[in-house]
Design a protein around this ligand. Structure first.
Ligand SMILES: Cc1cc2nc3c(=O)[nH]c(=O)nc-3n(C[C@H](O)[C@H](O)[C@H](O)COP(=O)(O)OP(=O)(O)OC[C@H]3O[C@@H](n4cnc5c(N)ncnc54)[C@H](O)[C@@H]3O)c2cc1C
Length: 497
């Protein structure tokens, strides 16, 4: 029985054999798909019939992976090594038509559904335990139209690919600070980066989305078509559908920037942090600084600033002079260098597989009270792991967009702040989480809302985060995803019918 079915599939697919990877035909042992246990979005167990799973597999150009498939383990793993989840099925989509099939299959079976772009969700929202994972990692192309200054980027591309294609043409748009992060998740939730104070959030630069909505239809959302969806997808995260492609506005930039790290000794940290709070608010848009208070596994403590000045070359040193003069850094690695090199400078320190725990929030106005709890957090860290309190800069072009112009509402924040712990030993996980939650309890009162791309068990803070935009987002969600198919995100729940 198994053999004859396998043979029929083999004969019927003779032509396809020339183009499809063998692993797809043999995704299920002998070509026969077993019944698959899965869960629905509301947590019920369901049994998917093998015949239906096979039918779904044959409608995909990419692979459908089961737990027994060759690439399953590699596909389910995310950047954060502390996430251990096992989807019932992984659809490795080859293009928008595959995505539409996967969304329809999930909707028809009411499956718990996740969408994986670059796989950098801190809390693992892109891998659905016992659900269906839509894996966009094969959809990673970037095409640049130099004349129109537009980049068309597929939904699973990484930031490094975007920079790699645009910078040689003297063009760029805002991208995050670690090059192996995904364009998809970063852009849909906002997107801060080294050019952000000049050009706005990554999502502010999206001219158009190709999107598969919960009804399985491929549509376009931009300033002319589906304007509400266009509004919601700029900051509303993955709530409204699967972005299969983004069209980004590019800007002329000098491919050489003044960038790198300034590091201060820990005793200087309180004064430098106070100085930075004032400096950050008046710094030119061309300067971006991510400030980090760091505790290393060997107990060393430091304050560092990751700097990028992308304005006229001859003015960079003058702009940075006040920081260098206020207290002498113990290390100064800020030099002219290719922007793409700077963009990859944090890749190794944030390599895949390390375990990470985050808690985050937006700081509307920095204060000495905030400074003191940030310093105390690192002062009191004792575990032999990396503890960081990170303070990226807001302002500039982020703040010049009106609160209601896009879904992203936290325009006025001086900073985003987050506590991040990174470790390797699995036995430390529980202690790390407890330490981080306690540290966060002291910092959270200085915040209002949080960055949805740093979501970690923050459902109760979603409405505060979207503030005056929340009701409109709920309306949109109710219209385009009434069954909350796209729920593994900073979820905006639809109104109940
Ligand atoms: C090392 C590191 C560095 C970071 N640096 C920055 C930074 O500089 N600036 C910044 O703003 N953020 C930064 N972040 C946060 C980052 O924006 C989020 O982790 C973001 O979710 C990553 O997107 P992804 O596609 O890689 O993640 P994934 O895990 O693939 O996806 C996360 C979520 O995004 C949604 N999603 C992803 N792609 C799509 C798509 N195509 N269509 C629909 N939904 C989709 C899904 O809801 C999914 O659950 C960083 C994160 C890490 C781990």
């Amino acid at each position: 029985m198994r053999t004859s079915l396998a043979r029929r599939r083999f004969l019927g697919s003779a032509l396809a054999l020339t183009t499809l990877p063998c692993t797809r035909l043999f995704a299920a042992e002998g070509g026969v798909y077993p019944d698959v246990e899965a869960v629905t979005g509301d947590g019920r167990q369901v049994l998917l019939r093998g015949a239906d799973v096979r039918d779904f597999a044959t409608r995909l150009r990419g692979e459908l992976l089961l737990p027994t498939s060759a690439h399953y383990d590699e596909a389910r793993r995310l950047w954060n090594g502390s996430i251990e989840r096992h989807p019932a099925l992984i659809a490795r989509c080859s293009g928008p038509a595959d995505v539409a099939e996967a969304v329809k299959f999930a909707a028809a079976n009411r499956l718990l559904l996740s969408v994986r772009g670059g796989g950098h969700s801190f809390s693992g929202l892109s891998v659905a335990e016992k659900g269906l994972m839509i894996d966009l990692s094969q959809m990673n192309s970037v095409r640049v139209d130099r004349e129109r200054r537009v980049a068309t980027v597929e939904g699973g591309a990484l930031l490094g690919a975007l920079d790699h294609e645009t910078l040689p043409l003297g063009l760029a748009t805002t991208a995050g600070t670690v090059s192996h992060t995904g364009v998809g998740g970063l852009t849909l939730g906002g997107g801060f980066g080294r050019l952000g104070r000049r050009f706005g959030l990554a999502c502010d630069n999206v001219r158009s989305f190709d999107v598969v909505t919960a009804d399985g239809k491929l549509t376009v959302a931009n300033g002319q078509r589906n304007k509400d969806l266009y509004w919601g997808m700029r900051g509303g995260g993955g709530n409204f559908g699967v972005a299969t492609a983004f069209e980004f506005q590019l800007h002329p930039v000098d491919p050489i920037v003044l960038g790198g790290k300034l590091v201060w000794a820990w005793p200087d940290a309180p004064d430098v942090l106070r100085f930075f709070f004032e400096f950050a608010t008046t710094a030119p848009d061309e300067l971006n600084i991510d400030l980090v208070l760091l505790h290393l596994p060997n107990g060393q403590r430091l304050l560092s600033m990751d700097c990028c000045y992308s304005g006229p070359r001859e003015q960079g040193d003058r702009v940075l002079a006040p920081l260098r003069q206020f207290r002498k850094p113990i290390s100064d690695e800020v030099v002219p260098q290719p922007y793409t090199k700077l963009q990859a400078s944090g890749d190794d320190a944030n390599a895949h597989g390390g375990k990470n725990y985050i808690k985050a929030g937006f700081v509307q106005k920095s204060s000495l009270g905030l400074r003191d709890v940030m310093i105390a957090t690192i002062d009191e860290a004792t575990m032999p792991v990396v503890h960081a309190v990170v303070l990226p800069q807001g302002g500039g072009a982020y703040a010049r967009v009106k609160t209601n112009a896009t879904a992203f509402a936290q325009r006025a924040a001086d900073h985003n702040v987050f506590v991040l712990t990174r470790w390797t030993d699995p036995s430390q996980g529980a202690a790390v989480a407890e330490w981080s939650r306690n540290a966060w309890k002291r910092i959270e009162p200085h915040t209002h809302g949080f960055y949805v791309n740093e979501y970690n068990d923050d459902a109760s803070r979603v409405s505060t985060t979207y503030g005056p935009n929340y009701d409109r987002l709920v309306e949109l969600k109710t219209k385009v995803d009434p069954d909350n198919l796209f729920r593994l995100n900073a979820n905006i729940a639809p109104r109940k019918a």
